[in-house]
Structure formats: structure tokens, C-alpha cells
Design a protein around this ligand. Structure first.
Ligand SMILES: [Zn+2]
Length: 220
């Protein structure tokens, strides 16, 4: 009945995996946005084992998803203590930055699609390059609106959901979607059956060229 019960009913969270780039881009974002030293203070709050793993991780490594959860929770706690005003949107901004930096470098073929629909309906989803198991599937599709549903993966923390909100916004913009908006309309962590994101945009780039680097943030 409660959100906690829903979470604990999900299978094998401990087996969920994530890409090392999600971890590294989080650390880069913390230092790049809030000043050097913040990432170090966040890491210092983790266990010795986690610190050792983080020190050697590469962008293409697979790491336990729960390691990312511990890092995100430590970042949220540190930001709460240091910069309450920044905390409100840090996870969304970190997700956008992740897609705009490592994402474009590693997975440009996935991201550089001529239209949002081609990006959303391609056979390999961006989600599956970053996380295992599960997928992000299209459950509603209209001309300039789509609903995506997360299946087979327990987000555990709202930081995951908020990163997806920011990352999807950047990805749709890269695929030429104009005035893109992303809303996390249903959430497993709030008792809904699934996490779902509603993506809307007003039109697509007139020349059919992907708007690489045209997002809200700095170019990679
Ligand atoms: Zn959610």
C-alpha cells in the first residue's frame, strides 16, 4: 500500500547494474556546478569500499546500481547541508549534463536522430545503455507527445527519476524537438504501478538536422 511496500516487492534490486559514466558524470557535475571539492566531500561520506570502487571506475564499466543510489543520496544530503536552494533541481540538471557530455561522446548514434520519434522508437533504448535490467518503453505516441514507461527496473531513489527527467529533456532536444518539456507523471516510489514520463514538444527542427549542442547547457 505504501510506496515502501511497492519498492520492496520489486525483484532483485541488488542485481541491477549501471554504467560507470553515470557515476563519473555525477561527480563531474557536482564539481563543475557547485565548485571543486564538493564531489570529494560527497565521496568522503561513503564507505571505504565504495570509495575504493569509485576511485577506479571508468565510463564503460558496469557498477552495481545501488552504488549509484548511495552516491546520489550522499550528494543530496551534502547539498542539503551546504546549498539548500541548489538542491531543488540538481538531479534534473545532472541528468541533462550526463546526456550532453558522456552520452554524446559514447552514444552519439543513439542520440543524433533526425526526429524525437526516431530517437524514442529505435530498437536500442538509451536506458539500456546505462542500466540493467529493464527498459524504457513507449506506451503512448502522438505527433508531438509521447509517454514513456520504465519496466523491470526499480529506481529505489527519486534521484534516478529526476535524472531521467533531465536526461530525456536533453535527448529530445538533441533529436530536434523544439520547446521540449518532460514531466514525471507517475512514480513507483509514490505508489503508482510504474514510473512514467510525458514528453511534449512543439515541433521538429525544420531542416531535419539534429540540433546537437543546441541544448540549454554548455557544449561538451
Ligand atoms: Zn519515478
Amino acid at each position: 500500500m505504501s510506496a515502501d511496500e511497492t519498492r520492496h516487492a520489486a525483484p532483485a534490486v541488488a542485481a541491477q547494474r549501471a554504467r560507470g559514466s553515470a557515476l563519473q558524470s555525477t561527480l563531474d557535475f557536482l564539481d563543475g556546478t557547485f565548485g571543486h571539492g564538493l564531489a570529494g566531500r560527497v565521496i568522503a561520506a561513503l564507505s571505504r569500499d565504495d570509495q575504493t570502487r569509485i576511485a577506479t571506475v571508468t565510463p564503460t564499466d558496469e557498477v552495481p546500481y545501488l552504488l549509484l543510489v548511495r552516491l546520489w543520496d550522499a550528494a543530496a544530503a551534502q547539498l542539503e547541508a551546504e546549498q539548500a536552494a541548489e538542491r531543488a533541481t540538481w538531479a534534473e540538471r545532472a541528468g541533462e549534463a550526463s546526456i550532453g557530455s558522456f552520452g554524446v561522446q559514447l552514444y552519439g548514434g543513439i542520440l543524433r536522430k533526425p526526429t524525437p520519434h526516431e530517437f524514442l522508437t529505435q530498437s536500442i533504448s538509451l536506458f539500456r545503455l546505462y542500466y540493467q535490467p529493464g527498459d524504457m518503453t513507449v506506451v503512448e505516441e502522438e505527433a508531438t507527445r509521447t509517454v514513456l514507461r520504465l519496466v523491470g527496473f526499480d529506481p529505489v531513489t527519486r534521484a534516478f527519476c529526476r535524472r531521467q527527467t533531465g536526461g530525456l529533456h536533453r535527448a529530445i532536444t538533441l533529436a530536434g524537438g523544439q520547446a521540449a518539456q518532460v514531466e514525471h507523471v507517475r512514480c513507483l516510489l509514490e505508489g503508482d504501478a510504474f514510473c512514467e514520463w510525458e514528453l511534449t514538444w512543439t515541433g521538429e527542427a525544420a531542416n531535419g538536422m539534429p540540433a546537437v549542442g543546441a541544448g540549454a547547457g554548455p557544449s561538451p
